[in-house]
Design a binder for this molecule. Structure first.
Ligand code: SF4
Ligand code: SF4
Length: 328
């Protein structure tokens, strides 16, 4: 447990958390919406500082990040809690319930990453922004040790803490679940606008990729995809890698799994305007490899999590020397 950052005292012993746009007002003895920030006698504490539910080496492609040190592995850490309540959450046992944790100090995380030959540390699995104090501390230490930091996030954070965190983040995968405020309100218990702000702010200082989980009948209409692609092209640029991912029934949501036709339709719409469009959680040749946008050569081939980068040289296309927004 550690005293939290980004909060202030209110009258009557209540506290006002200012980490994310929920701006929870929390009475003594209570927790905020994320369940992991608690008011104890008028002081806000993080209940999850240095407590991890999950510690694993993952391919960087699993985050998913396809343009950031492709074909490497990264030490991945997660904990309990989330500031969203998505009813289809695949990781609900840590995001919406409480799993057992082990202590992983920032120093230990850095040592584990170094020993495993990791390129760095990914904060992932649940929502890492609510792990703010630990993520900032660990990410600073990781940078001092020459490691990279990656955030896999729903993007729901206020601008001030985001700007405090970004100098230590090298890459982010940001989930944009829909372009409709109603969707965010109904399913996530949150708002869309701050997520879009996060993506724009992060783009200015780090490598970013986006994930859009397509949920059958909810956010997979061609009009919805068009709106998403419009926004990405206009605000982040067509070079931003985008991952359309298939949903499978989980937790409290039983709509049928996303049909391949929805993913292929999204792929077809998005590739008209965006340079790098990928399909995830699905076995299809479309949206699997990276093609050089200058000469069309296949520069990264993928099969499952096996990645071949032999057609890349210093992150550029070996055939034509073209640049493809790849950090390597
Ligand atoms: S971080 Fe948690 S406690 Fe703070 S405002 Fe967001 S949901 Fe509420
Ligand atoms: S934001 Fe991610 S971790 Fe949180 S509930 Fe939604 S899917 Fe789960």
């Amino acid at each position: 447990m550690k005293e939290a950052l980004h909060w202030r005292k209110l009258k009557d012993g209540r506290v006002h958390c200012q980490l994310c746009p929920h701006y929870c007002v929390i009475a003594d003895g209570e927790v905020g919406k994320c369940r992991v920030r608690k008011n104890i006698e008028g002081v806000l504490y993080s209940l999850i500082y240095a407590r991890a539910t999950s510690v694993a080496m993952d391919p960087i492609e699993k985050k998913p990040l396809y343009h950031f040190y492709p074909s490497t592995s990264i030490l991945s850490l997660g904990t309990n809690g989330c500031n969203f309540v998505c009813p289809w959450c695949q990781n609900w046992h840590i995001s919406q319930a409480t799993a057992s944790t082990e202590e992983v100090s920032s120093q230990r995380a850095v040592k584990l990453a170094q020993r495993a030959g990791s390129i760095g540390i990914a904060y992932t699995y649940n929502e890492p922004l609510i792990w703010f104090e630990y993520v900032v501390h660990t990410a600073k230490l990781a940078h001092d040790s020459g490691l990279k930091n990656v955030l896999v996030t729903n993007g729901y954070v206020n601008q001030e803490p985001l700007e405090e965190l970004l100098p230590y983040m090298d890459a982010l995968n940001i989930d944009i679940k829909s372009m409709e405020e109603d969707f965010y309100r109904e399913y996530c218990g949150a708002r869309l606008a701050p997520v879009l702000e996060t993506a724009k702010t992060a783009k200015a200082s780090a490598h970013i990729e986006l994930t859009n989980l397509l949920i059958t009948g909810e956010n997979d209409s061609p009009q919805g995809i068009e709106k998403f692609v419009d926004w990405v092209e206009e605000n982040l640029g067509p070079e931003t890698p985008v991952h359309f991912s298939a949903y499978f029934p989980s937790y409290r949501f039983s709509a049928p799994a996303t049909p391949l036709s929805s993913l292929l339709s999204a792929y077809s719409i998005a590739t008209q305007r965006l340079h790098y469009v990928y399909l995830g959680n699905v076995n299809a040749p479309e949206g699997r490899d990276t093609l050089c946008r200058h000469c069309g050569a296949t520069i990264i081939s993928r099969l499952g999590y096996s990645t071949d980068i032999s057609a890349l040289s210093d992150g550029k296309c070996k055939a034509c020397g073209g640049e493809n927004n790849i950090v390597a």
